[in-house]
Design a binder for this molecule. Structure first.
Ligand SMILES: *Cc1c(COP(=O)(O)O)cnc(C)c1O
Length: 231
């Protein structure tokens, strides 16, 4: 089932990219494997999937060890500074940096591991007081600060939009993230402001996100099926 699901999603991504005149190769599929057992991850790896998204740091570490570090791990959950050390050791990309404190903790641990990684700044595009992410109006300041940390390459922005009734209703949030990224890129605030990553879009709305400029889509349910409840 995982093989068929992956195939179907890759096809949808490609079709969607072509229909909005984008290069399908510019859109990266992150398979979100939170709460999904390692056996299923291995099946996805066997189908050529390399990038996996995990939300919980201990779970991520356990799986990463079981898989001998042979995955490209995107950390996509809320990260506390006191867990930064594990993330700094195992993650290829940390998509959820939203404070200078966290960025500094990551930078410090990366230094000791002698690693440099790509990160994304998580933006709270919905200005939702209960959500993590930096507010749009504070993003420039954070980018300027984090951009000085030598072990972090700020590759772009990520967002988790507010829950909406229909997938189409997320479009303005995706568009807002892209416009913010364009504005920040004009000010050269990314590691490579010519190639800015935008991580947005999940199982229900990834096609809309691609139309709005996503370069990373984070898809769980549509690949692995529904996650066990209450874990
Ligand atoms: C769980 C999760 C996803 C994947 O959601 P699906 O609806 O299962 O595709 C994507 N991004 C984040 C941040 C998540 O926590």
């Amino acid at each position: 089932m995982i093989a068929e699901n992956l195939e179907r999603i890759r096809t949808s991504i490609e079709r969607c990219a072509l229909s909005c005149r984008r290069n399908p190769a510019d859109i990266h599929l992150i398979a979100v494997s939170k709460k999904i057992p390692v056996a299923a991850i291995r099946q996805a790896i066997a189908c050529g999937q390399q990038a996996f998204g995990e939300n919980y740091i201990q779970e991520a570490e356990q799986k990463w060890l079981e898989l001998d570090g042979a995955i490209n791990l995107h950390f996509i959950g809320h990260l506390q500074s006191n867990k930064a050390k594990i993330a700094a050791r195992i993650a290829s990309v940390i998509e959820t940096v939203d404070s200078l404190k966290l960025a500094e903790a990551l930078n410090r641990h990366l230094e000791t591991f002698d690693r440099t990684i790509r990160i994304l700044i998580q933006v709270n595009v919905g200005n939702d007081p209960n959500k993590s992410g930096v507010l749009p109006g504070k993003t420039e300041e954070l980018l300027r600060q984090v951009g000085k940390l030598p072990r972090l390459q700020v590759a772009g922005l990520m967002t988790i939009p507010p829950l909406t009734e229909t997938p189409e209703a997320t479009r303005p949030h995706f568009r807002a993230l892209r416009l913010l990224a364009d504005e920040m890129a004009d000010k050269q605030l990314f590691h490579d402001s010519q190639h800015v990553e935008l991580s947005m879009g999940m199982s229900d709305d990834f096609e809309i996100a691609i139309e709005e400029g996503a370069t990373m889509v984070r898809i769980g349910t549509a690949i692995f099926g529904s996650r066990p409840a209450g874990v």
